[in-house]
Design a protein around this ligand. Structure first.
Ligand SMILES: C[C@@](CO)(OP(=O)(O)O)[C@H](O)COP(=O)(O)OP(=O)(O)OC[C@H]1O[C@@H](n2ccc(N)nc2=O)[C@H](O)[C@@H]1O
Ligand SMILES: Nc1ncnc2c1ncn2[C@@H]1O[C@H](COP(=O)(O)OP(=O)(O)O)[C@@H](O)[C@H]1O
Length: 297
């Protein structure tokens, strides 16, 4: 018997970052929006814990116990005093180390899959608590849709979304390390009073209305200057997407994927083509939002 769970990627339509906390994390107003690019995590009983991965970026995914999917299985098994004897297979379609929470998706997916396979009966609240232990973005991968993440991003409030948003994602060559980007944020803000992160009322209203023009005007990412500082070529990708007709473009989370909001699927196809032709990215993907969270298939 196997259980397969499908989990979406995310884009941060607003990422407001506060000052570094004593524990090294940053308080956030993190407006997550799930997008229709998915990893599938399949768990099958086995003699011992084993992880395999397939997909274009599979070579960059660790297959040892540092893999977030393996950590999720170990965390749930430890709470129940059982062995995490399971083969976890990840069919990976979410770009790796791209600021789209692919590892977090696999963590949330493996957790839900193991809870189902083992009949461990963890409640939604317990699953969310385990997700938060695994990483700041993991709870959102479980719930999907749209949500405001406060604290380090793990405390979620569901948000209303009144329509469909169309995106083009430009996937860069190579990844960016999330801690390195937060570190660069601290360096760039040294000696500056960093304000408390607050969600934008205009942005929340645009999401609730499904108003893509208003959302485009309200998109923001406080990590973007840090990502651009570490990867200056991303400015060329942003310029190419905007010149091709995107309503707005921004770095997705810690990057280096850039996200472009477009009015419809036709514009998505033409902006994707122009971005590829510009030579400023490795590949392009189109997807729609919102997407549902982790779900057993
Ligand atoms: C930036 C964001 C935006 O959604 O995602 P990505 O773009 O990387 O996917 C997140 O804040 C990433 O969340 P996640 O990738 O789960 O990070 P974690 O494993 O919890 O933390 C990794 C490291 O990132 C930094 N970190 C993370 C979250 C946070 N609120 N403040 C931080 O300073 C810390 O240096 C921490 O040690
Ligand atoms: N299941 C996983 N899939 C991808 N990366 C993983 C996974 N588990 C651990 N990692 C590690 O997490 C790092 C960040 O990957 P990822 O979650 O894809 O990006 P991001 O944090 O930018 O959204 C990778 O470089 C990899 O070393």
């Amino acid at each position: 018997m196997s259980v397969t769970v499908r989990v979406p990627a995310k884009v941060n339509v607003q990422l407001a970052v506060g000052a570094a906390r004593p524990d090294g994390f940053h308080d956030l107003a993190n407006v997550f929006l799930a997008v229709g690019l998915y990893d599938e995590v399949t768990v099958t009983p086995a003699d011992e814990l084993r992880v395999t991965c397939e997909g274009p970026d599979a070579a960059q995914v660790p297959l040892d116990r540092t893999n977030l999917a393996a950590r999720a299985a170990v965390a749930l098994a430890a709470r129940r005093g059982i062995e995490p004897a399971v083969h976890i297979h990840i069919a990976k379609d979410i770009p790796v180390a791209g600021g789209m929470a692919g590892g977090s998706a696999d963590g949330a997916g493996a957790l839900l899959a193991c809870n189902t396979l083992w009949g461990t009966g963890a409640s939604r609240a317990e699953l969310l608590a385990i997700c938060a232990e695994l990483g700041s973005d993991v709870p959102f991968s479980l719930v999907g849709g749209a949500a405001l993440g406060t604290g380090r991003g793990e405390q979620l409030t569901a948000l209303e979304v009144g329509g469909t948003f169309h995106w083009v994602f430009a996937v860069a060559d190579g990844g960016l390390s999330t801690p390195a980007v937060y570190g660069e944020f601290d360096r760039l803000n040294e000696g500056i009073e960093v304000p408390e992160p607050v969600a934008s009322e205009d942005l929340l209203a645009a999401l609730a209305k499904g108003d893509a023009t208003a959302l485009a005007a309200a998109l923001s990412n406080d990590l973007q200057p840090a990502a651009l500082s570490l990867r200056p070529s991303l400015a060329d990708t942003l310029a190419a997407g905007r010149a091709a007709g995107a309503r707005a473009g921004l770095v997705s989370g810690s990057g280096p994927t850039t996200a472009f909001l477009v009015p419809d699927t036709e514009t998505a196809a033409s902006v994707a083509g122009a971005l590829l032709a510009s030579g400023t990215c490795r590949t392009v993907r189109t997807a729609e939002s919102p997407a549902v969270g982790a779900a057993v298939l």
